[in-house]
Design a protein around this ligand. Structure first.
Ligand SMILES: *Cc1c(COP(=O)(O)O)cnc(C)c1O
Length: 399
């Protein structure tokens, strides 16, 4: 059969409609830019939803991909692979953790973290299985992670969900205490900076309270740094900015350099509760993804690189704040490093579309926020250009 998928066919015809998308398909990327089948150029301030930390077609990642593929692409977890060991050692060296577990995605990493925490709780009591998460959180789409995602719009129609998941308002210490006092909790899961939820930073006092409560009651404190970690906030891990350390941390999105990779980081206290057969994955920690991950850690953990994320992030934030004076529809600019959100009074969905038409990719967060999450290699000239397009689009929509 000849290849009939040309662009006079609506691709929507072939897909389950779980995403709203339109326009010509993307075929190629280079640095900060993407190109579609019509040759149109897009300045990428979405980075594949915070994934492409080093932009597109980065030579170091391309080389790592090629050389690892020539050696071995898959081994399963019945054997160690060299690429996996090298990467695990780097993660341990650069974090609070002493142990790692590899999987393939963010939701899987959270699934693993919840299972590890419940296993840990089960050592203490059969009732110690409850999980606390917070309003506007996003932890993924599989049943455990979905149950921890305290946003009804993601859960509706998919019940029944597993038992033992509880929610409390983000950044509200007293409400959290009330709920925590009610049940025997195995885990508290929180994003130090909520990204999908509208770019909301966890208060230091809030995290401090969770840390102290968790320690007192032998609850595993899980940080979901899938989006805010790996350099995006201007430090290798977001938790470094408060110094409040979790028991378990989950990673995904940028950590595999664009290859599917999820990570659960933990300490011996948690790891000692798991035995062979307790949890697993066929693909997790795939050698190609790990080879790329090693380079991501090498590059992103560099203090000069991180300093640049901070200064460029501040530069972008200041420029976006400048737009607030011009456009009263903007309520505020939020975030850290290169995870910034422009909060609007109304749904900015149409604005995101118009930006795309004008060659700028940005990503919506929740119902009222536009995320600016460029590759971490972004330069000042790209920021100037992106803000200029955004400014022009805002001006045109005001008319
Ligand atoms: C994207 C995201 C997830 C889910 O990751 P997937 O790889 O899409 O399963 C979980 N938590 C946070 C904070 C995320 O941003």
């Amino acid at each position: 059969m000849e290849n009939k998928i040309t662009m006079d066919i609506d691709p929507e015809e072939f897909f389950v409609h779980t995403y709203k998308r339109s326009g010509a398909p993307i075929v190629r990327g280079a640095g900060m830019y993407l190109y579609d089948t019509d040759g149109k150029e897009y300045l990428d301030f979405g980075a594949g939803i915070s994934v492409n930390a080093l932009g597109h077609a980065h030579p170091v990642l391309q080389e790592a991909l090629k050389s690892q593929a020539e050696l071995i692409i898959h081994t399963s977890n019945l054997y160690y692979s060299k690429a996996q060991i090298d990467f695990a050692i780097k993660l341990v060296k650069h974090s609070f953790a002493t142990k790692v577990f590899f999987c393939n995605s963010g939701t899987e990493a959270n699934e693993g973290a919840i299972k590890f925490a419940r296993k840990r709780g089960a050592r203490i009591s059969a009732q110690k299985f409850h999980v606390l998460s917070f309003s506007e959180s996003f932890h993924g789409r599989t049943y455990g992670a979905l149950s921890a995602t305290a946003q009804p719009k993601f859960q509706t129609g998919f019940g029944p969900l597993p038992d033992g998941f509880h929610y409390s308002p983000f950044n509200d210490i007293e409400c959290a205490r009330l709920t925590l006092d009610k049940y025997d909790f195995a885990a508290i899961i929180v994003e130090p900076l909520q990204a999908e939820g509208g770019v909301n930073i966890a208060d230091t006092e809030f995290l401090k309270f969770l840390r102290e409560y968790a320690t007192e009651r032998s609850i595993a404190l899980i940080y979901d740094e899938i989006q805010c970690g790996t350099g995006r906030c201007g430090s290798l891990w977001c938790y470094e900015q408060t110094g409040i350390v979790p028991d378990i941390m989950t990673l995904a999105k940028p950590i595999g350099g664009g290859m599917p990779l999820g990570v659960v980081l933990c300490t011996d206290e948690t790891a000692s509760c798991l035995s062979p057969g307790d949890h697993g994955t066929t693909f997790g920690g795939n050698p190609v993804a790990c080879a790329l991950g090693s380079h991501i850690i090498d590059i992103v953990s560099d203090s000069v690189f991180l300093k640049k994320v901070q200064t460029n992030g501040n530069y972008l934030k200041t420029k976006l704040e400048g737009l607030m004076k011009k456009y009263p529809s903007i309520e505020g600019i939020r975030g850290l490093g290169l995870l910034l959100g422009v909060r609007f009074k109304d749904d900015p969905g149409a604005l995101v579309e118009r930006c795309k038409d004008n060659g700028l990719l940005v990503v919506k967060a929740n119902m009222n926020t536009i995320r600016f999450i460029p590759p971490l290699i972004v330069g000042l000239e790209h920021i100037d250009k992106a803000v200029e397009i955004f400014d022009n689009v805002l001006a045109s929509m005001q008319k």
